[in-house]
Design a protein around this ligand. Structure first.
Ligand code: ADP
Ligand code: MG
Length: 255
């Protein structure tokens, strides 16, 4: 399996005077075709880790390789290019540009790369059909539902044919139906195109779409769970068991 992201011994310390160590010696590899979900209590370092793995932020110590290339010592321009060629981002807040239509929003990465207009049109229409937003192409974000906006943001992330989608709480602003629709889309792109998915969520049911769960506690990888041959439902119950550990401990203390 081809390695897309390789992270070795990652630590992150915030602050100069009052140092806050947020990540402790984290090791993680994302291969082609992986579908990994990172979970953990609020403040456990999930977003920090995701930002470091996707080269948006840099670690205090440790090594990051994207596509077998060590990003240490690379210029910011070089890293930006590596990121553009390999990673598609999806955020909780969608981050669409309000003054552009959905079609224009989806095409932004290709416009920035000076791709020819006719090719942008074709790619935008192809991807929008796959994400069930073809009818919204000439609308503005404000005229679309939350689910449609998040699928448009996902289309924008997918249009460059990235090797990996990195998504921080992508369903955080969606209702249940739209959350599941989005995850089914991620799952299909993962299965059909081999696009790796690296996602953070606090929703165990959403996490159950992944093939692997990485659980962070206090900036350390506390547990790793492979779905293997489990059904989604069986995997969900295992996830609940891990995510409810803090609550279970509290019950134990209450006696
Ligand atoms: P999570 O996504 O799991 O909720 P974060 O990675 O956002 O956690 O944050 C982990 C810890 O790092 C938290 O205690 C948070 O307050 C702190 N933190 C996050 N970003 C910064 C920053 N830019 N400066 C200082 N502290 C930060
Ligand atoms: Mg976060």
């Amino acid at each position: 399996m081809k390695e897309i992201i390789y992270a070795e011994n990652i630590t992150k310390i915030y602050g100069d005077k009052n140092k806050l160590k947020v990540l402790h010696n984290v090791n993680l590899t994302v291969n082609e075709g992986d579908f990994i979900c990172i979970m953990g209590p609020s403040g456990s370092g999930k977003s920090t880790l995701l930002n470091i793995l996707s080269t948006v932020d840099s670690p205090s110590t440790g090594k990051i390789k994207i596509n077998d290339k060590d990003v240490y010592d690379m210029t910011e321009a070089h890293i930006a290019r590596l990121r553009y060629e390999n990673i598609g981002f999806v955020f909780q807040e969608f981050n669409l540009i309000d003054s552009l239509t959905i079609r224009e929003n989806i095409g932004v990465p290709l416009v920035l790369a000076n791709i020819e207009k006719s090719e942008i049109k074709k790619k935008t229409e192809d991807i929008s059909k796959k994400l069930d937003i073809f009818e919204t192409l000439d609308k503005f974000p404000a005229e679309c539902s939350g689910g449609q906006r998040q699928r448009a943001a996902s289309a924008r992330a997918l249009i460059t044919a990235p090797k990996i989608i990195v998504a921080d709480e992508p369903t955080g602003n969606l209702d249940t139906t739209n959350s599941h629709q989005l995850l089914k889309i991620f799952q299909k792109r993962n299965e059909d195109d081999g696009i790796a998915i690296l996602m953070v969520t606090h929703d165990s049911m959403i996490a159950s779409y992944a093939k692997k769960l990485v659980f962070l506690r206090d900036g350390k990888i506390d547990e790793v769970l492979e779905r293997g041959n489990l059904t989604q439902r069986e995997f969900f119950y295992k996830i609940i068991d891990i995510t409810s550990k803090e609550t279970q401990n509290m019950f134990d203390k209450m006696g």
